[in-house]
Design a protein around this ligand. Structure first.
Ligand code: UN1
Length: 505
């Protein structure tokens, strides 16, 4: 048997496997007999080496005009576009996503490169009048320094892209820690940037475990910002650690997203939205629909259509062109989802109407497949209503009015994405205002955010920062306010202003 491929570290412009470092195996979740690659179980010292390289590269990169930075990012986007199919297939193998979703993941990175490159000619600040004569006020966006980017496995190319393209266009240098389940995807993403001509040290990649590399990132005083997409538990831990060294920290954590279906909704559309939202990416998106809140007058009809359609979804390996739903990422996620299914069955009076078991079959027996699962008669006190499951499990709740629907949706610690299906513009707009979430869709599923719009959530989902869009620039920059006095004399703000006014009276 040939040696497995290696997903190495990339530090200061060089690919390397730190001497004497043990290997972590990356396994195909659709068929665990296949080893995709080996990756170094990097130490905290290796992370520190990457941070030092990023620190050395910072001054020159910060001084590089943003439109010049943009040329390199644009080139990276073009390289990703050339490699879209190849990287999409890698995502299908390493993360288990259906091929179309794998390619979509790469496309999201390409879109982000385009967006960030465009920002290279904007990065606008403000100009404002001064309260004093012959003086002006203006602001500039400035980079923060070395950014530590901790990425999850569910968008193994798009999420590193969201984080790093915005960081880089703003003049920061970065160290990325990809998820240990998808090291090769992380390496291929960084390879595109390296091939685009990013100077050594501007982007660095350190493979390994969160408990070692992620932890070392939080502790390293030369990192100025950590951006992490991960579980709420991990996010809170990272924020606490970063507090000690005074870092900015941007959290994109859990979700428990809900779709509301009102009595006047286009039911077929709402069913399609729920299926894609709940079972697309096997429910492993932080934006996944995991609660369906349905008006009682359409509840039974909706459920009938939903279960019939869910039964038609084809489970299979990511790389098979016919696959609608791929596997869970690994054994522990599979176990966690099965645990939640058990809890759902035991809880109160929830009814399991479909799925609830591991899927079997010739192409499924060696992977972490779980049947798309639907619970009904779920109420707000149940754990399957409140907690993030991150798998193909949908909990259906029956409500009697729009007010009750929105109140039910809001009765949860998370606030990332949400959706309402209704044909009534008044109901839709009322819900848009009342829903507590960072993202609200009207007549669309809870998944599918676009890169030029702010992405992030309220309540337990985040800590006030946004990724993507123009808002993403705020995460990766500091404001510098500049006052220029060309009066040639001392002017005292808040004091001389009174005198000027007095003279006018
Ligand atoms: C995530 O699951 O962390 O909005 C991100 C969406 C995707 C991004 C999901 N564009 O569903």
């Amino acid at each position: 048997m040939s040696n497995p491929a290696k997903a190495m570290n990339y530090i200061d412009g060089r690919w390397s496997w730190p001497e004497g470092t043990a290997a972590i195996k990356s396994i195909n979740p659709s068929d665990t007999r296949e080893v995709i690659c080996e990756t170094p179980d990097s130490s905290a010292e290796e992370l520190d080496r990457a941070v030092a390289a990023a620190g050395r590269a910072f001054t020159a990169w910060r001084r590089t005009p943003p439109p010049t930075r943009a040329i390199i990012l644009q080139r990276a986007g073009q390289i990703l576009a050339q490699r879209k199919q190849q990287i999409g297939e890698l995502i299908a193998r390493e993360a288990g996503k259906p091929l179309a979703e794998g390619c979509g993941d790469v496309q999201e990175a390409i879109d982000m490169a385009e967006l960030a490159a465009g920002e290279g000619r904007r990065l606008y600040g403000d100009t404002a009048p001064s309260e004093l004569p012959n003086k002006m006020c203006l602001t500039f966006r400035e980079p923060i320094g070395v950014c530590g980017l901790i990425a999850p496995w569910n968008f193994p190319v798009a999420i590193p892209a969201w984080k790093s393209f915005h960081a880089l266009i703003c003049g920061n240098t970065v160290v990325i820690k990809p998820a240990s389940d998808t090291p090769m995807c992380g390496a291929e993403f960084v390879r595109a940037l390296a091939d685009a001509g990013l100077p050594p040290g501007v982007i660095n990649l350190v493979q390994g475990r969160g408990s070692v590399v992620g932890e070392a990132m939080c502790k390293n005083p030369r990192i100025s910002l950590i951006s992490i997409t991960g579980s709420t538990e991990t996010g809170k831990h990272v924020a606490a650690e970063c507090g000690r060294t005074g870092k900015r920290v941007s959290l994109e954590c859990g979700g428990k997203n809900a779709e509301i279906v009102m009595d006047d909704a286009d039911l077929d559309l709402a069913v399609e939205g729920a299926l894609w939202g709940a079972f697309g990416t096997s429910g492993q998106r932080c934006t996944a629909t995991s609660r369906l809140i349905v008006h009682e007058s359409v509840h039974d009809k909706m459920l009938e259509k939903l279960t019939a359609q869910a039964a038609k979804l084809r489970l299979g390996p990511g790389v098979e062109p016919t696959t609608d739903v791929g596997p869970l990422i690994n054994e522990s996620q599979c176990k966690k989802v099965l645990d939640y299914i058990r809890i759902g069955k035991e809880e109160d009076k929830a009814t399991l109407v479909r799925g609830g078991v591991r899927a079997t079959g010739e192409k499924l027996d060696h992977g972490w497949f779980i049947e798309p699962t639907i619970f009904t008669d779920v109420n707000r006190s149940m754990r399957i209503f409140q907690e993030e499951i991150f798998g193909p499990v949908l909990s259906v709740v029956r409500v009697g009015s729009l007010e009750e629907a929105v109140e039910t949706l809001n009765d949860c610690e998370y606030g990332l994405s949400s959706s309402i299906y209704t044909r009534d513009v008044n109901k839709a707009l009322w819900a848009v205002r009342e829903i507590e979430a960072g993202i609200v869709y009207v007549n669309g599923p809870t998944i599918g955010a676009e890169v030029h719009m702010p992405f992030g959530g309220v309540k337990g989902t985040g800590n006030g920062h946004r990724e993507a869009g123009k808002a993403g620039l705020d995460t990766f920059t500091e404001w510098k306010t500049v006052y220029i006095d060309y009066s040639g004399k001392l002017q005292r703000a808040q004091i001389d202003t009174d005198e000027i006014l007095a003279k006018r009276d």
